[in-house]
Design a protein around this ligand. Sequence first.
Ligand code: E4P
Length: 221
Amino acid sequence: MFLDCFEPAKIDTWVRRGVISGVTTNPALISHEKAPFSMKERIDKICKLVNGPVAVEVTAREHESIVAQAREFHSWNPGQIVIKVPVDMTGYAVISELERKYSIPTMATCIMTFTQGYGAALAGAHYLALFWGRMKEAGISPEEAVMLLLERIEREKLRSRILAASLRGGHHVFEALAAGAHIVTVSPRTLEQVLAHPKTDEAIAEFAEDWRCARERGLMG
Ligand code: E4P
């Protein structure tokens, strides 16, 4: 499971809980920051917190400038940084160049259809970020896209891993995992929801009360 987050304190909390093996960021998450900051220092900090991939999204719009920006981001920590590239018509060529010419791992992002995911996989992307919530909003079945992509990846021995993103709640996390997505990237808030349950809290409270009663009655020596 990856954490969809740009806040070091939250990343630290979830890494300590042992369930996070990577982080995804995007321009929207970055725009929520309240004070000026150094992008490089923040990404450095996140890389130190998580022992795994950290996805950083390019924002340039032209092929050459996207490649230059990607190479700059990747140079900050070549062992961990994965470059997120949106899959518009420039994006496929950028993915192919970063992967094949520079051996820079990419995460094809903003994927809404099976065919976009397949195209990105053929271009060589390490990760295919399927935008689950947005696909559902558009009436596109992410489950079907995952099923078809898994088939193609297996049949053609492609290296891409399917990452379900844009998850709007616990139900989407469940759906994505059940459909066979290799990875889900989840916001801290949604992760709190999926790893907790009121019946769990109820059981814990009951056991605590039973333990207190047993002590009160002097049952334990
Ligand atoms: C993660 O990689 C994505 O950037 C993120 O989940 C997008 O989610 P959104 O649909 O809420 O923008």
